[in-house]
Design a protein around this ligand. Structure first.
Ligand SMILES: CC(=O)SCCNC(=O)CCNC(=O)[C@H](O)C(C)(C)COP(=O)(O)OP(=O)(O)OC[C@H]1O[C@@H](n2cnc3c(N)ncnc32)[C@H](O)[C@@H]1OP(=O)(O)O
Ligand SMILES: CC(C)C(=O)C(=O)O
Length: 502
């Protein structure tokens, strides 16, 4: 790798640290699909797996090495010969292979995990790097739990592994312990105190136990690190890793930081969805950059601001991450500007609408529903046109009795030819009884050829939409009806069609 002073190398570990998430294990085929998408995204390094861990993971590294040629393909090992032999074997088809070896650097790890001493661990670190170097040129060394390690010892270890041949030195905050300032200082300390530091790239690998992974990674690069280890959607062991999409968009949004990289941010959203689907790991709706709500505005003041000027409440252009446009979601917290926006979008002529009246009805409906969708608006606007039927058919009242102990019966009051008429009828269900009651009043029956009831979204509180095709004497019309009551929606659809027969 060339040492361009402002170049940030993006090291993706979705297929290794990301895959450590319980339930997120991938097949070789899935790993290759994600690997190719990461290559297309423009990442510099793909950590493909931990070959010694299982035959399946070994095979995945082999196949990924064959299929993905542009990025460096990296395999993880512990600091021992067996792991390194296995990684070297798995990487033998890689165009740009890297072995990522390392050992614990904190006193906690040295004492409790290894029952060892700083000196002995330092020696194992150096031996592992030298051994890995006998297979491939590109060696990354990780000083596990560097976040909690003593800086003086860490500097000694880093200097020794670079002297042994490490090309990249990874300073992981394995337990997500550090504050951004502390982590930044640690990287600066290494920059200033390791004599041969310029012979290697410093890498940051931060975990999110305190929600600081991305902040710490940024602090790391501001203090001299040039590789960021991250995962799509921030997945990874425990609370996860630094999210790749966050790093890329921070660097883009704060271009004054003056860092460059070669990731094409326009693929971020698509890749987030792909990883989420394949790992069956939903993305939290409020996840920065790629969450369902990251570009959705649902409160009136924000919606008004965004509609007047997108940047009032958006620091990222959604197109930059591959999302067509931000969303204005109608809820009971929305105002008239947002409602107006959707009415216009649906083709209503605003000048002909009493917006205050529609808004009042909108609030009544929105208080009972979590979200108002297009079909709900059509339903609301149906009231506006109810009295304008050509034939003047309009429901004034409807009562339906149904259940398994009674014969379904409907009583309807229908305005027909300028006066209200009442009729009662039975049928083989509540909708059939209602249609028959309508037909009693108009003295004629029509043929219903198609009849569809759509559950529009979800939940028993939803507005349902009915469409039906009604024929008579060679003529055929389609009627639409909307209501939270499916019998009423069916009656509305029937009358909508009948009103079209002149
Ligand atoms: C910080 C990280 O995230 S590293 C990546 C974590 N990922 C994984 O652990 C997934 C892959 N791991 C595995 O499949 C298995 O743990 C294996 C194959 C690596 C090892 O399995 P086992 O041999 O059964 O050992 P086990 O996992 O129970 O214990 C780990 C052993 O590795 C040692 N070890 C841990 N880290 C290192 C290291 N960096 N270098 C050398 N030895 C290490 C431990 O001290 C312990 O050794 P011991 O048996 O002498 O006490
Ligand atoms: C293997 C290393 C880089 C790691 O995953 C960690 O320390 O969190």
């Amino acid at each position: 790798m060339l040492h361009d002073p402002n170049r940030i190398y993006i090291f993706d570990t979705t297929l290794r640290d990301g895959e450590q998430v319980p339930g997120c294990q991938l097949s070789t085929v899935e790993k290759i699909e994600i690997g190719k998408a990461l290559e297309n995204l423009g990442v510099d390094v793909i950590e493909a797996g931990f070959p010694i861990s299982s035959p399946g993971d070994f095979q995945s590294v082999v196949e990924l090495s064959k299929a993905v040629r542009e990025p460096v393909i990296c395999a993880l090992t512990r600091a021992n010969k067996g792991d390194i032999d296995c990684a070297a074997e798995a990487l033998k088809f890689a165009k740009r292979p890297r072995i990522h070896t390392g050992i614990g650097a904190s006193d906690n790890h040295i004492k409790y995990k290894f029952n060892s001493t700083r000196e002995a661990i330092l020696q194992r670190a150096v031996e592992a790097v030298k051994y890995a170097k006998s297979f491939v040129e590109d060696i990354e060394f990780y000083a596990e739990d560097a976040g909690r390690a003593d800086n003086e010892f860490l500097a000694k270890m880093v200097e020794a592994v670079i002297a042994a041949g490490a090309t990249v030195v990874n300073i992981p905050d394995t337990n997500g312990y550090c504050l951004p300032e502390q982590y930044g200082e640690k990287i600066r300390f290494l920059k200033e105190n390791v004599k041969n530091i310029d012979q290697a790239i410093i890498s940051v690998h931060c975990h999110n136990d305190l929600g600081l992974a991305t902040a710490n990674s940024i602090a790391g690069i501001q203090n001299g690190a040039r590789q960021v280890e991250c995962t799509i959607n921030g997945i990874g062991e425990r609370a996860g890793n630094t999210a790749l999409e966050e790093i890329v968009m921070i660097l883009k949004t704060h271009h004054s930081l003056n860092f460059t990289h070669k990731v094409n941010s326009k693929h971020l959203y698509e890749l987030s969805g792909m990883v989420s689907r394949m790992m069956r790991m939903p993305v939290q709706p409020n996840k920065a950059i790629v969450g369902k709500n990251a570009f959705a505005h649902s409160s009136g003041i924000h919606q008004d601001g965004v509609l007047k000027h997108r940047e009032t409440y958006e620091i990222i252009n959604p197109e930059d991450v591959g999302i067509d446009q931000s969303e204005i979601i109608l809820t009971a917290r929305s105002g008239r500007h947002a409602l107006n926006h959707h009415l216009e979008r649906l083709g209503y002529t605003i000048e002909r609408i009493d917006l205050d009246q529609v808004y009042e009805r909108f609030l009544t409906l929105a208080d009972g529903k979590k979200e108002i969708k297009d079909d709900d608006i059509l339903f609301l606007m149906g009231h506006e046109t109810e009295n304008n039927y050509k034939n003047g058919l309009a429901i004034k009242g409807l009562k339906v009795v149904c259940g398994d102990q009674v014969s379904p019966t409907a009583t309807i009051i229908l305005n027909y030819k300028g006066k209200d008429n009442e009729a009662t009828a039975t049928g083989n269900g509540p909708v059939d009884a209602t249609i028959k009651a309508i037909e009693k009043i108009i003295g004629k029956s029509f043929n219903i050829k198609e009849f569809n009831i759509h559950a529009i979204h979800s939940g028993s509180d939803d507005v349902s939409k009915v469409d039906m095709r009604v024929t008579d004497e060679g003529k055929s019309y389609v009627g639409y009806g909307f209501s939270t009551d499916i019998v009423r929606a069916s009656a509305n659809a029937y009358l909508d069609a009948l009103n079209k027969f002149v």
